[in-house]
Design a protein around this ligand. Structure first.
Ligand code: ATP
Length: 238
């Protein structure tokens, strides 16, 4: 069954010392699927994403496009197309937009054609980045920085884009713009795994949602089955 998934994790678990931040968890993203993870603060959402991408030590299995990638490191997963936009964005503040995007395109280093094509794509999605191509990342607004973080991830030509709360700290209008862009990318076939607190929009974009609480998946359901926030609240606190 795993071969039918873009990514699948089995019994993925992680701990910080004696804190079991992520209990054995199963989760998958189908090819072309948009999956959102919701859950209260401290639920283990960031831990889950970090465990999946091997930014922290974890146990359990990870299968990507039918291949067991459990033993691979973060950069090897990135080479396969698993790209994460981390909370806090991880931009190089003193570097320009152009330079940050170039770093994202490390995989395409050999091919100027691929590089230019990805760059055009990023600029078409986020015209603001083109206008600010020479500006340093740290001098841009929060929203622009998040656009740059997403743009940089796209430069790596991801097969699965993982994002940890990209709307955090952003004005509603900018957050909506960025999340809507993720929806557009998904419509083109990109698999997306999104951790998000802005539940209404994230649920509108996603086809499926996992509710995480106290380090465990409490529910997994297609978003069309969620009729109201009341339903969600029940999952949060059950
Ligand atoms: P938030 O929405 O607040 O970011 P989250 O769902 O992403 O929360 P995590 O950041 O994954 O939750 O944290 C899960 C648990 O692990 C929390 O209890 C947190 O305090 C703990 N934790 C996270 N990072 C560390 C760390 N580096 N050392 C110790 N404990 C940690």
């Amino acid at each position: 069954a795993d071969a039918a998934h873009l990514i699948a994790v089995r019994d993925l678990a992680a701990r910080y010392g004696h804190i079991e931040a992520l209990r054995p968890t199963n989760l998958h993203v189908a090819p072309g699927e948009f999956v959102t993870i919701l859950g209260p603060n401290g639920a283990g959402k960031t831990t889950l994403l970090r465990a999946m991408t091997r930014l922290i030590a974890s146990t359990g299995q990870v299968v990507f496009r039918g291949r067991d990638v459990t033993s691979l490191k973060t950069h090897q997963l990135a080479d396969l197309g698993i790209i994460m936009v981390q909370e806090g964005r991880g931009l190089f503040g003193d570097m320009s937009v152009r330079e940050n995007l170039k770093i994202g395109a490390y995989k395409l280093a050999g091919s100027q054609v691929d590089h230019d094509r990805q760059l055009e794509k990023v600029f078409s999605l986020f015209p603001r980045l083109k206008e600010r191509i020479s500006q340093t990342a740290s001098s841009m607004s929060g929203g622009e920085q998040q656009m740059l973080a997403v743009g940089r991830a796209l430069m790596a030509d991801p097969k699965l884009l993982i994002l940890d709360e990209p709307s955090l700290g952003l004005a509603p209008r900018v957050a909506t713009e960025i999340l809507s862009t993720l929806g557009a990318l998904n419509k083109e076939g990109l698999g997306i795994l999104l951790v998000e607190q802005k539940a209404p929009l994230a649920l509108k974009l996603a086809q499926r949602v996992y509710i995480l609480s106290s380090g465990s998946v409490r529910a997994e359901l297609p978003t069309h089955e969620i009729k109201s926030h009341h339903d969600l609240a029940l999952y949060y606190f059950s």
